[in-house]
Design a protein around this ligand. Structure first.
Ligand code: NAD
Length: 266
């Protein structure tokens, strides 16, 4: 019996990984922190030119500088996803800077306050829906023509486990994330024949700055909701999003994929 095995030499494995997104330009909204930053790093490691788009301009620049120092092509752009004109300008910036847009992750989001629906502050409702739902629409609105113009590509929209489950005290967040799932499916139907795949990701609770306001007891409660017995990491979500953006996911259109430590299994 042969003792040979099929492991790929490290140098070949590295160049295969770098080829994954070679020649592609990716835009990541909310790319300055948490899941978006982990995804920007993952796409850059796979060879993509990455545009980090965020309304936190300072951290967006810091993220792009980090990617460049690791040898990737990267740029930062100040973008407020609640503002359609800002998103349009950010997408134009990506195309002007790197020549075309092929991939996008519509990930920018905010948590909102915790309050029952009958007491929920109207301003917070408007802010959460403007960011987490209209922000995804604005992004699709300007990314889709650019990606079609480039000959096709893929988009991932960041939903949540709360894209299909209710969650007491988070009416705006839950409604917006459900909306993202419906918007994803609709856009996917419209653009499948134009060679653009659009999917949604549903993370469980993930240990990022988004949860910074959770006190230790609230955090412990969130952990207890996951059969895995812990919160997820930004890298675990980024890995799924990167797969959906890659050619390995070539027959995956209009679907919603969980990465939730078993939260939704019961
Ligand atoms: P985060 O706070 O670490 O990062 C969010 C990023 O979005 C920040 O860089 C912020 O500046 C940016 N942002 C917020 N509003 C913006 C706007 N109007 N325009 C442009 N940028 C804006 O949070 P995260 O946990 O990495 O969240 C990323 C996405 O994942 C969000 O859509 C969030 O709802 C979703 N998500 C998070 C969790 C979690 O538990 N952390 C779970 C499920 C889904």
């Amino acid at each position: 019996m042969s003792t040979e095995h099929s492991s790929i030499p490290a140098t070949e494995a590295k160049s295969a990984a770098q080829a994954e997104f070679a020649g592609r330009t990716a835009l990541v909204t909310g790319g300055a922190s948490g899941i978006g930053l982990a995804l920007a790093r993952r796409l850059a490691a796979g060879g993509a030119a990455v545009v980090v788009a965020d309304y936190d301009e300072k951290n967006a620049r810091k993220a792009a500088a980090e990617l460049e120092s690791s040898g990737a092509r990267a740029a930062a752009v100040a973008m407020d996803v609640t503002d359609a004109a800002s998103v349009e300008a950010g997408v134009r910036f990506a195309v002007d800077t790197f020549g075309a847009l092929h991939l996008a992750a519509n990930n920018a989001g905010v948590a909102g306050v915790a309050s029952p629906t009958g007491e929920y502050p109207v301003e917070d409702w408007n802010r959460v829906v403007a960011t987490n739902l209209s922000g995804v629409f604005h992004s699709l609105r300007y990314e889709l023509p650019a990606i079609v113009e480039a000959g096709g590509g893929a988009i991932v929209n960041m939903s949540s486990i709360l894209g299909t489950n209710g969650f007491a005290g988070s009416p705006a967040y839950v409604a917006a994330k459900h909306g993202v799932v419906g918007l994803t499916k609709t856009a996917a139907l419209e653009y499948a024949a134009r060679n653009v795949r659009i999917n949604a990701v549903g993370p469980g609770f993930i240990d990022t700055p988004l949860l910074k306001n959770a006190d230790p007891a609230a955090r412990e409660h969130l952990v207890s909701l996951h059969p895995a017995g812990r919160l997820g990491t930004a890298e675990e979500v980024a890995e799924l999003a990167a797969f959906l953006l890659s050619d390995k996911a070539s027959f995956i259109h209009g679907s919603y994929h969980l990465v939730d430590g078993g939260f939704s299994a019961p």
